[in-house]
Design a protein around this ligand. Structure first.
Ligand code: URA
Length: 256
């Protein structure tokens, strides 16, 4: 399929049966049958000749399948409240974040992928997108999109964390490059907020392990200028609009 423009609509026209197949509605043959059975409508009128429809930018708003609005077009970004206990993976064993999405969305091409990963037991703000360019822009180390985590700890804070985390000289076990400076805010004797400009494997957990502590619960609150909706229940998700996607890149990074 051609790449989406800013509105998420394919730049060049493509056949409706191919678009619906890429959105997961079935094979092109199955979609032909859907149309023949009168289950696809444009402006309320049954559309049987799906192969010959010219696509226009307002098209998706006018189309229904089985009386339901068409799924979001390619180019979508989702905010999900990731619950603990699910893995950011397409194929690992056990509960996966993709299982929280509608079944049809799991058959989309291009596929939805998580923007980076959160550990299985980490909760909070997780983005998913089918737009590779947006995904790479967010995770690119050059962009330094800041991520804020709230950590609940097994032991009292020792007092050295703020300086060490901000130093730009902290080394994690098994690594040969120091961590970038990280922000640190005390929220309680055993609770703190950590701001990262990078995303190394299990980074927050390993930072606290390096000072003899243990993270009991970890929650991501923000990603760049985007904060997890307060009313988004664990496991729930919603589409981001273009302004919210821009906001991801608007927040200042911590300087190195
Ligand atoms: N740091 C961690 O340790 N885990 C995450 O999921 C994210 C950051």
């Amino acid at each position: 399929m051609s790449s989406p423009n800013k509105s998420g609509f394919p730049r060049s026209a493509c056949r409706l049966d191919r678009l619906l197949a890429n959105l997961g509605y079935g094979s092109r043959r199955e979609i032909e049958i859907l149309a023949r059975n009168g289950r696809i409508r444009l402006d309320g009128a049954v559309l049987r000749e799906i192969g010959r429809v010219a696509l226009t930018p307002d098209f998706s708003a006018r189309l229904t399948v089985d009386g339901e609005a068409l799924d979001p077009l390619p180019g979508m970004v989702l905010m999900m409240h990731k619950p603990p206990g699910v893995t950011c993976s397409h194929k690992e064993a056990g509960p996966l974040v993709y299982r929280l999405l509608p079944e049809r969305w799991r058959r989309r091409d291009p596929a939805l992928s998580t923007v980076g990963r959160l550990d299985k037991e980490t909760s909070g703000l997780l983005l998913l997108t089918d737009d590779g360019a947006i995904l790479h822009k967010i995770i690119s180390p050059r962009r330094k999109v800041a991520k804020i985590y709230r950590a609940l700890l097994a032991c009292d804070l020792g007092g050295e964390e703020a300086d060490l985390f901000a130093s730009g000289a902290m080394m994690l076990e098994g690594e040969d490059k120091p961590l970038r400076p990280a922000g640190f805010e005390i929220l309680g004797a055993r609770e703190a907020r950590v701001t990262l400009n990078e995303g190394r494997y299990h980074q927050v957990r390993r930072m606290f392990a390096a000072v003899g502590n243990h993270v009991v619960a970890l929650h991501r609150e923000t990603l760049g200028g985007l904060t997890l909706d307060e009313n988004l229940a664990p496991g729930a998700f919603r589409l981001l609009d273009a302004l919210e996607i821009e906001a991801i890149f608007a927040a200042p990074a911590i300087s190195d």
